[in-house]
Design a binder for this molecule. Structure first.
Ligand code: SAM
Length: 365
């Protein structure tokens, strides 16, 4: 269906919905239909919702916008967590360099290729390479791996490896990486600098802008529940991503992790995370927005619920268990597996990409 047909259908559905909505939601629908986005005040209003009845209505609107403008297909992406060595000291993160309770591992490049190959055979069409900030892998090593995965396996490659040089990111783009994830974590400089002792705020944002310029489908996102963070900060995170052309948005609650400086801080709120997903869908309607593993770690139920609040992607973990068990960026991190997740999505009445569906059937037969 072409875009103008989709817009027309969306408009009809939202106008129909207006008949059963209170005044403030009707105003929000009108604003959205006029501007195809939300402003700061409206985002803030959604973030602040506590009343179940109103939240349900907003989630429904975000869901309709997602499914009418995008589709009801939930994209599954496979993540390989290839190294938990990290030179950084982020206060929230379990694999920070100071955490000497972590058993460190690195997956050899050839093994990474084999894992990616298996992932594609299982039905995945995007492979995400994620790690701590680990310079053991040279730019050339990663460039070659990206080239092989993209060209030999005919699959999309996404990278999530932190602050490599601009030259490195250019090489990876030329080698075939089309997507990149680099969370800004929070757009509030003071909060950012309080949890990132290397105070790399400007560097990270400059790099994000450069990644967009290079033509990557660029992903960013925040952590919900950082110390001192307000709803206003989260609203500004969402607007920042809109203004900086971010197309993939990963927002997850903070999870308190032992042996880190924030180990005594309460977990972020799952309810607020759902509100943030809905507000983001209505602000950046075409975004790819995963329902995050961090949310699933608080409660699996919320991770699936988010697929009806505006999220349209889920990342499944294809890291072999012997490594994955040590990629503890936060405590009790769950394993999101491909087949179980695909079945659950179908059970919910949603769809998965036809290629993934076919491969799962073949595997099960
Ligand atoms: N090193 C890369 C980078 O900095 O972009 C990617 C790996 S990093 C471990 C992936 C993401 O994990 C971070 O961007 C952060 O948002 C998230 N993360 C780490 N610790 C967390 C925690 N305790 N709670 C929630 N999210 C966390």
């Amino acid at each position: 269906m072409n875009i103008s047909k989709r817009l027309e259908r969306l408009k009809i559905k939202l106008m129909e919905l207006k008949k059963e909505m209170p005044l403030e939601i009707n105003e929000l629908i009108d604003y959205f239909l006029k501007h195809m986005t939300l402003n700061y005040e409206k985002i803030l209003w959604i973030l602040s919702l506590n009343e179940e009845n109103l939240k349900e209505k907003i989630y429904k609107i975000a869901d309709i916008v997602n499914k009418e403008l995008n589709t009801d297909i939930i994209t599954l992406k496979g993540v390989i967590e290839f190294s938990n060595y990290c030179k950084k000291s982020c206060y929230y993160c379990g694999i920070r360099v100071q955490n000497n309770e972590v058993y460190r591992y690195r997956i050899p490049i050839d093994e990474m290729f084999e894992i990616a190959k298996h992932g594609v055979e299982m039905g995945l069409t995007t492979i995400i390479l994620q790690s701590g900030e680990d310079e053991y892998y040279s730019d050339d090593d990663l460039e070659e791996l990206i080239y092989r995965i993209h060209h030999e396996l005919k699959t999309a490659v996404s990278i999530s490896i932190g602050e490599r040089s601009k030259e490195a990111y250019k090489k990876f783009r030329d080698a075939g990486a089309s997507k990149v994830l680099l969370k800004h974590e929070t757009i509030n400089r003071k909060i950012f600098e309080n949890v990132h002792p290397d105070k790399d705020y400007d560097l990270r944002i400059e790099l994000l802008d450069y990644l967009v310029e290079l033509g990557y489908i660029t992903g960013s996102g925040n952590i919900i529940g950082l110390p001192g963070q307000t709803l206003e900060d989260i609203a500004k995170d969402i607007l920042f991503m809109k203004e900086h052309n971010i197309k993939m948005i990963g927002m997850g609650p903070f999870i308190s992790t032992h042996n880190t400086p924030l180990e005594n801080l309460e977990n972020g709120s799952a309810e607020l995370t759902l509100n943030a997903y809905a507000a983001t869908r209505l602000t950046i309607p075409y975004a790819q927005m995963p329902t995050t593993t961090a949310l699933g770690t608080i409660d699996r139920k919320f991770q699936y619920e988010a697929l009806n609040c505006g999220c349209n992607v889920i990342m499944v973990n294809i890291t072999p268990d012997k490594y994955r068990e040590n990629y503890n960026i936060y405590d009790e991190k769950i394993k999101v597996d491909l087949v179980g997740t695909a079945k659950k999505i179908i059970e919910m009445g949603l769809r998965i990409p036809p290629y993934t569906m076919r491969k799962i059937y073949e595997m099960e037969a």
